[in-house]
Design a protein around this ligand. Structure first.
Ligand SMILES: CC1=C(O)/C(=C\N=C(/Cc2ccc(O)c(F)c2)C(=O)O)C(COP(=O)(O)O)=CN1
Length: 456
């Protein structure tokens, strides 16, 4: 089969500089061994996140010039609203500055003290907003999602028995909505099957419980359905996406991922009453319902990004570039979360550093070691990210202790992937020299963003 290339060519570049080993060591110490605290200028290949770090197209950049910066009734808002309606199919949309803006509104409106919010594995900001409103997140993902080496096509699926048990235990009136993440970030960017979405929706409709998607990486999820689920091989991703959303009552969206913009988000729904209440609340936190924390130019870029995101050539390349890196690591025997997900490679830090206890912050130590080795920035997604149990105050201890190598969309070439693979492989060869860390400063909430560490 003929080899293929990126479905785009490069028009603008940002020169990359690589610090030498001493400079990297100094930068790491100044950052308290926390990759979140590194300066971008000290980073060579930045795989911290795919959030807001994606490359825009010439059509998006030129759309910026069309931004209508009217305070109320911006033309740019109506373009964005139209794009969301066409691509996702919801009746009502509200702009927010990014995903957690929508999570804040949704949780404030629907979560009451004593409520339970079931979801397919936790996400940090999503759970934080649910807890801040007195809710308790309940993980209803299939057990296999917590096992890094189990290979399943749809590891993000909900275990319907777990969901049924929760409904029977606490009663439907204590469940304001099910939060269905498509894909599941903390499981390794794992997708949910169309069948599972349909089944979850039917079960929730029987009990009058809303299903709200976390739609952040929904196009990647649609691609996996096209690739892996019977009956969808010849269906365009755009059509798969529309069907996915027909099994939901609304969604929160961080536009900074699949919508290919640097800032932006939205809250969408079909219920008119929820929409009316959202319009009243959005002005308190985000701004008018016609800009929601975005400039007109941001809304123009996001509208265009939404249309580009469902191009089959674009999404096929995106998924395959992540897989290209994953396959090199699998080939070299590096322990990573399987199967390779949509947006990142997740190193299994437990298997990578079996000599470290979870309290020695293996993922944090591995992310620091990777930066030291090659200037590649990654993100801790283990015990530090999991935070503390709000009742006991003890560390939450996730089974998955991971380092995320997150690939931004349309930014790096496969040569950059090769350099990353070489660095990870060389680290693996000297993995027993990687020491544990101790946490010197622990912030009270979402500690991973600002925590500081030093070698044990
Ligand atoms: C599935 C989902 C997300 O992935 C997500 C964000 N993600 C980020 C940024 C980030 C967020 C929280 C962290 O602990 C973190 F370390 C990194 C990320 O890198 O993955 C949001 C929130 O969307 P906002 O970022 O637009 O507000 C909602 N849902």
């Amino acid at each position: 089969e003929r080899r293929t290339a990126e479905p785009y060519k490069i028009k603008t570049v940002e020169p990359l500089a690589m610090l030498d080993e001493n400079e990297r060591k100094e930068a790491l110490e100044k950052a308290g061994y926390n990759t979140f605290l590194l300066n971008s200028q000290d980073v060579y290949i930045d795989l911290l996140t795919d959030s807001g770090t994606n490359a825009m197209s010439d059509k998006q950049w030129s759309a910026l010039m069309m931004g209508d910066e009217a305070y109320a009734g911006s033309k740019s808002w109506y373009k964005l609203e139209e794009a969301v309606r066409e691509i996702y199919g919801y009746k009502y949309v509200l702009p927010t500055h990014q995903g957690r803006g929508a999570e804040n509104l949704l949780s404030q409106m629907k979560v009451n003290p004593g409520d339970y919010v079931p979801g397919n594995m936790y996400f940090t900001t999503t759970r934080a907003h649910q807890e801040m409103n007195g809710g308790t997140f309940v993980d209803v993902i299939i057990d296999e999602a917590h096992d890094s080496q189990v290979e399943l096509d749809f590891k993000g699926n909900v275990d319907l028995d777990k969901l049924k048990r929760l409904i029977d235990e606490v009663g439907a009136d204590k469940i304001p909505y099910v939060c269905l993440a498509v894909t599941v970030n903390m499981a390794g960017g794992q997708p949910v099957s169309m069948k599972n979405m349909r089944d979850v929706y039917e079960l929730c409709q029987q009990h009058g419980i809303d299903v709200m998607y976390d739609a952040t990486r929904c196009v990647e999820n649609a691609y996996f359905i096209q690739e892996r689920e019977a009956g969808y091989a010849d269906v365009p991703v755009k059509k798969i996406l529309k069907e996915m959303f027909s099994y939901s009552d609304g969604c929160t969206m961080s536009g900074k991922k699949d919508c290919l913009v640097n800032i932006g988000g939205f809250l969408a729904m079909n219920d008119e009453d929820l929409y009316t209440r959202s319009r009243e609340l959005v002005v308190v936190y985000e701004g008018m319902p016609t800009y929601g924390g975005m400039a007109g130019r941001d809304m123009e870029a996001m509208a265009q990004g939404i249309y580009e995101s469902v191009d089959d050539n674009y999404i096929k390349h995106r998924i395959h570039q992540v897989r290209y890196l994953g396959d090199q690591l699998i080939e070299a025997g590096i322990p990573i979360v399987r199967p390779v997900g949509g947006h990142a490679i997740f190193l299994d830090a437990r298997e990578f550093l079996p000599h470290l206890e979870q309290e020695q912050f293996a993922s944090q130590a591995l992310a620091a070691a990777l930066y030291l080795d090659s200037g590649v920035r990654s993100m801790e997604r283990g015990i530090v990210s999991a935070g503390r149990n709000k009742e006991t105050g003890e560390h939450n201890r996730p089974k998955l202790e991971m380092v995320r190598l997150t690939i931004p969309r349309r930014v790096y070439t496969d040569n950059h992937m090769d350099v990353v693979a070489d660095s990870v492989i060389s680290l693996y060869e000297k993995r027993d020299q990687i020491q544990g860390l101790k946490m010197d400063y622990e912030p009270p909430t979402l500690r991973f963003f600002n925590a500081r560490f030093s070698p044990l």
